[in-house]
Write a protein that binds this ligand. Structure first.
Ligand code: GLP
Length: 241
C-alpha cells in the first residue's frame, strides 16, 4: 500500500489526474472504474484541463461507474449519470457507448445487475479503480454488513449514508433508499485501486480502513488485501498516519 498525504487540494487533484493520465497515455485502451460523490470532483476537473491541453485522449477507453441510485431519473441533477456528464463525460472524447453506469431505472433491477456484470466480464479486468470512502467505511455503495456481495447488486442504503448524501438534495426525503452498486469482488479484482479521501470527518474511518482489523462491518478494510492500492489523502484526512 502506498499512502500519499497532500498539504493542499490542488496538489492532490493534480496527483490523482496525473495517475489516470499516465495510465491512459501508456495504455490507450485502458478500462477505468469511476467514482462519484464530492471527493473526485477536483480530480475530474484537472483531467479535463489535461484533455483540453491535448495531452490525453479517451477515445479508446472504456469506463464503468461504481454505482447509481435506484429510481432517480437520469436527468435528475443528483443522478450519477447527470454527475458524470456534468463533471467529466461532456468535456472529454470518451465515446458515450464506452461509458457504462448501472441503470437504476431498469424495470428489472436483478436483470440489470446481471447485464452490468456481463459487461464487466466482457471488458476483462478494470485497470484502475477510483474509489471514495463513505463515513461508515462503505466503498461504492457496499454498506457495512455481516457479509459482502461480490458482483453488482441492489443495496438498501444505510440511514447514515442517506444523511451524508442529503447535502446534495433539497431534503433527506428526496434521497433514494436503494442503489445498484458494483460488488466488492469486482472492485478488488481491479489491477490498481486509487482510494481518495478528504476532510477531517474521514480521518478516523480512513485510518481504521487501512490499519484496523479486516471486517465486512467496514467494507473498506478489505482494501488492505489488495496488492496495488494507492491512497491519496489531504492533510485533514491523513492526520492519523
Ligand atoms: C457516496 C458514493 C461513494 C462515495 C462515498 C463518499 O455515497 N456512493 O461512491 O465514494 O459515498 O462520498 P463523498 O465523496 O461525497 O464524501
Amino acid at each position: 500500500m502506498n499512502i500519499h498525504v497532500f498539504q493542499n487540494q490542488q496538489e492532490l487533484n493534480e496527483a490523482g489526474a496525473g495517475i489516470i493520465t499516465s495510465l491512459v497515455q501508456m495504455q490507450p485502451k485502458a478500462v477505468l472504474g469511476l467514482a462519484t460523490g464530492g471527493t473526485p470532483v477536483g480530480i475530474y476537473e484537472e483531467l479535463v484541463k489535461t484533455f483540453n491541453k491535448g495531452r490525453v485522449s479517451f477515445k479508446q477507453v472504456t469506463s464503468f461507474n461504481l454505482d447509481e441510485y435506484v429510481g432517480l431519473p437520469i436527468d435528475h441533477a443528483e443522478s450519477y449519470h447527470a454527475y458524470m456528464n456534468h463533471h467529466l463525460f461532456s468535456h472529454i472524447d470518451l465515446p458515450a457507448s464506452s461509458a457504462h453506469i448501472p441503470n437504476g431505472n431498469a424495470g428489472d433491477l436483478e436483470a440489470e445487475c446481471q447485464r452490468y456484470n456481463d459487461l464487466l466480464e466482457e471488458a476483462g479486468q478494470i485497470d484502475l479503480q477510483i474509489l471514495g470512502l463513505g463515513h461508515n467505511g462503505h466503498i461504492g455503495f457496499n454498506e457495512p454488513d455481516d457479509a459482502l456481495t461480490s458482483g453488482t447488486h441492489i443495496v438498501e442504503l444505510k440511514a447514515e449514508t442517506r444523511e451524508a448524501n442529503a447535502r446534495f438534495f433539497d431534503s433527506i426525503d428526496e434521497v433514494p433508499t436503494h442503489a445498484l452498486t458494483m460488488g466488492v469482488g469486482t472492485i478488488l479484482k481491479a489491477k490498481t485501486i486509487l482510494l481518495i479521501v478528504r476532510g477531517a470527518d474521514k480521518a478516523e474511518i480512513v485510518h481504521r480502513a487501512l490499519t484496523g482489523p479486516i471486517t465486512t462491518e467496514v467494507p473498506a478494510t478489505l482494501l488492505q488485501t489488495h496488492p496495488h492500492l494507492v491512497v491519496l489523502l489531504d492533510a485533514e484526512a491523513g492526520r492519523l498516519f
